[in-house]
Design a protein around this ligand. Sequence first.
Ligand code: TYM
Length: 331
Amino acid sequence: MSDQKQRVFSGIQPSGNLTIGNYLGALKNWVAVQQENENFFCIVDLHAITVPQDPKVLAEKIREVAAIYLAVGLDPRHCTIFRQSAVPGHTELAWLLNCVARFGELSRMTQFKDKTVRGGSDSASAGLFTYPVLMAADILLYNADLVPVGDDQRQHLELSRTIARRFNHTYGETFVVPKPMILSAGARVMGLDDPTVKMSKSAGSPGHYIAILDEPDVIRKKVRRAKTDSGSEVTATADKPAITNLLDIYSATTGRTIPELEDEYEGRGYGDLKRDLGDAVAEALAPIRTRALELLSDPAELDSLLAAGSEKAREASAPVLRDARSRMGLG
Ligand code: TYM
């Protein structure tokens, strides 16, 4: 049976506070598919250091992400949960793939351009530039078939596929070409204070995002204060980006469709929508928060889970790395 299982790989950076965007775009979907697949869920700490991190805070955030992985319902019986930097194969394969990826391809990555708009690319770390190659290495190292992510990772996934195909073509069939798994609802949650920018865990103001670990009353307040559009009809239309975003969050949180929600709020105002949405999100996240805080009270247990996960990840990835090395003449 287990031979027929597909391999799933995905990861989240342990930087900032994980948001409802990370939950709806990624974590919720990982939980939904975990039973039918063989899963590797990574805490991508090497990606986090492509921008400066406070070492003490980073160490805490790594545990926090591990606690959130478990608290949303990932089950270690189905999922290998581990830290990227504990498996040296990620950086080793990243170097091999750095010699396959092209400068021009990396130059076209919109996330690099977005992240360097303010400071300029000259002062960005070289790691930020080659970040998508490390991401390709993460995925290809496990011969993953499926990669459940939010919409913002689409271009990086496409590059991973290109790198896999090029490697296979140049050196012989080595890697599985991975497929993205991006759902329609919740794949691109936008900021509560500005529906034209993606909700991000590194964004400054707390009113911008709902953190997975926010208290229920804080969540209700943030939703109440979310920006709205002019008019009063609750519809997901191009001229209403803020209401469209609230409806998308509502739909992804509850599983109800947007047309269903539009019907329900016909003739009612934005206030009703916000009140009910605040309640729905607060209710969905409250048990996750409670469980995560419980888990965080026993850091040794989280560390031992991560150590066991890293061991399994090293074992699973070793043959693929060996194969890639030997194909390139480094056997
Ligand atoms: P990261 O840490 O920025 O985000 C983790 C996951 O959350 C999704 N996501 C969102 N989904 C919907 N709406 C949003 N506002 C939102 N913000 C974030 C992301 O799409 C992602 O799925 N490069 C990746 C981490 C990574 C990775 C990998 C992912 C490293 N290696 C290999 C998959 C496979 C990143 O920075 O995600």
